[in-house]
Design a protein around this ligand. Structure first.
Ligand code: HEC
Length: 215
């Protein structure tokens, strides 16, 4: 009885050593697989020459008329997809690193209202409701210096640069691209411009009728 036990025990130990014992070895030869884990199987590789379809590809381009990956924006009547190298997506002139001077979206009352609302949510906590950099984070000493959006330097930045700062952040300021959709970012840019104008405006900017009313 004991003999069989030792025999079986010996065989079991041998099996374990054979199967698992050399798992840490390195070798130039293909690995010896006890459990192949479906590593090798029949499948079509996306870039392989002999694909499934008559033209040799193994996948299809999106059929005409379908939408690839995401909804396009309507920029001046043209559909722009979110993955395109276009000013509306990057804040830069197509094919260059130059920031666009002006908001590529038409600045409408609707866009400004949206921008005001989004600014109040995402920017006012640090930059303050009027953009002077005195939001709640300053009051509770969570952020020492927050740039005033009325700094001459910021006023003179191109719109694309503001968009880029919102998207990727800058120094101490975090990135808001992951939280704020592209259209809303441009809405905020438009609203920041309105805030700046409200500080820079003078009586001369008013129409003659409005000026007369003021006097
Ligand atoms: C958590 C606080 C915080 C929030 C929220 C925040 N910012 Fe800032 N922002 C900062 C700080 C701090 C700086 C100064 C960064 C530096 O240069 O160190 C800054 C700088 C800037 C600048 C100047 C960039 C430059 O080129 O110098 C702009 C423009 C700006 N923020 C716009 C925005 C807008 C628009 C939003 C809302 C989408 C926003 N920020 C949200 C903290 C914040």
């Amino acid at each position: 009885m004991m003999r069989y036990f030792f025999l079986l025990f010996g065989v079991a130990v041998l099996l374990v050593v054979l199967i698992a014992g050399r798992r840490g070895d390195t070798s130039r030869r293909p690995p010896f697989e006890i459990f192949p884990d479906m590593d090798r199987q029949l499948k079509l590789r996306p870039q392989a020459a002999h694909g499934f379809f008559a033209d040799g590809l193994s996948s299809r381009l999106p059929p005409p008329g379908t939408i690839a990956r995401a909804e396009p924006f309507n920029v001046g009547g043209r559909a722009v997809y979110p993955f395109e190298d276009a000013p509306v997506n990057t804040g830069r002139e197509t094919g260059t690193t130059n920031f666009v001077a002006l908001n590529p979206l038409p600045v409408t009352a609707r866009l400004l209202a949206r921008g005001q609302q989004r600014y109040a949510i995402y920017c006012a906590p640090c930059h303050g409701a009027t953009g002077e950099g005195n939001g709640i984070t300053k009051k509770i000493n969570a952020m020492a210096v927050v740039t005033s959006l009325h700094d001459k330097r910021v006023v003179e930045l191109p719109d694309g640069d503001l968009f880029n700062t919102i998207t990727l952040g800058k120094n101490l300021m975090g990135a808001y691209g992951p939280q704020i959709p592209v259209e809303d970012r441009w809405a905020i840019v438009a609203y920041v411009r309105a805030l700046q104008l409200s500080h820079l405006g003078s009586v001369d900017d008013l129409s003659p009728e409005m000026r007369a009313k003021l006097k």
